[in-house]
Design a protein around this ligand. Structure first.
Ligand code: C2E
Ligand code: MG
Ligand code: MG
Ligand code: MG
Length: 272
């Protein structure tokens, strides 16, 4: 009897594995189609100057409007797009769309766009960015490209060359999710960048933990000493906001200020 139930469990497990596999196959299939059918949408999250609360810029964040599953978050489909190699094409679509939309805005604010490490290291990335800037007429100084620390895990020299070439176009580079990699200090030393975006994991406890506060302060001070912009991500409460304000943080991004919204919902773009 015990044996039968074990057999049963194995069958259930196999069914489960098969279902997971089918689901993933379907999602991969849909994702390939989604690029052709243009099922992606950009939402924008405001970045604010901490002292004045004036808008500093926005970050473009992609959403997939799946025909039957509804809206799918980038955390769920970007890794699949990376595995399938679709990310290069998708990333180009996203960058072009972000630049086109930004040129229509009534204020010439900065727009930050995330680049996948695969996209950054794909041949021709510098040419692609240049082409999109020329095509759309966006002032390069308004474009910030967000990369993560993981890009430098292999081929550090190659990445440095690419980043220098990108900056020569006039765009700026942000290191996103800073502090979550294993070589953050080396990255600050070796990588050409303009902005540090401290990962939200460091911010969660700042208002209640002196250790957390000390770490955030350290990053703000390093950024300020280097003359770079520091953006603190993941501010959700008034207490956290007051805390980073005291620490001399210039720019911040979080649900406390604004959720990501469609461009048409960006309040500061409407003429008062
Ligand atoms: P990210 O680049 O670090 O973007 C910030 C993420 O944190 C966004 O999630 C945003 O909605 C969320 N967030 C902002 N403020 C808060 C807050 O106060 N609390 C909390 N808990 N979360 C906050 P989202 O839009 O789901 O994006 C997740 C990740 O997906 C992004 O992290 C980025 O790595 C990736 N991603 C998004 N759009 C793109 C894209 O166009 N291309 C690429 N390659 N990756 C993208
Ligand atoms: Mg980002
Ligand atoms: Mg990220
Ligand atoms: Mg981030």
């Amino acid at each position: 009897r015990a044996k039968a139930s074990m057999q049963e469990r194995i069958c259930l497990f196999e069914d489960y594995m098969q279902a997971e596999f089918d689901d993933r196959q379907e999602l991969e299939h849909d994702l390939r189609l989604a690029v052709e059918r243009d099922e992606f949408e950009l939402v924008y999250q405001k970045q604010v100057e901490v002292m004045s609360l004036n808008v500093h810029g926005v970050e473009a964040l992609v959403r997939w409007n799946h025909p039957t599953r509804g809206q799918i978050s980038p955390a769920a489909f970007i890794p699949i797009a990376e595995e399938l190699g679709i990310i290069v094409e998708l990333g180009e679509v996203i960058l072009r769309r972000a630049c086109i939309e930004a040129t229509k805005w009534t204020k010439p604010i900065k727009i930050a766009v995330n680049l996948s490490p695969i996209q950054l290291q794909a041949p021709g990335i510098v040419g692609t960015v240049l082409e999109i800037l020329n095509e759309t007429g966006l002032d390069p100084a308004r474009l910030e490209l967000e990369i993560t620390e993981t890009v430098v895990l292999n081929d550090r020299n190659g990445v440095v060359d690419i980043l220098n070439d990108l900056r020569a176009l006039g765009v700026t580079i942000a290191i996103d999710d800073f502090g979550t990699g294993y070589s953050s200090l080396a990255v600050l030393r070796d990588i050409p960048f303009d902005t540090i975006k401290l990962d939200k994991a460091f911010v969660r406890d700042i208002a209640v933990s002196p250790e957390a506060e000390a770490l955030v302060k350290l990053v703000i001070d390093v950024g300020n000493h280097l003359g770079r912009t520091v953006i603190i991500e993941g501010i959700e409460t008034e207490a956290q906001h007051q805390c980073i304000r005291r620490m001399g943080c210039q720019v911040s991004q979080g649900f406390y200020f604004a959720r990501p919204v469609k461009a048409s919902m960006l309040d500061f773009l409407h003429v008062a």
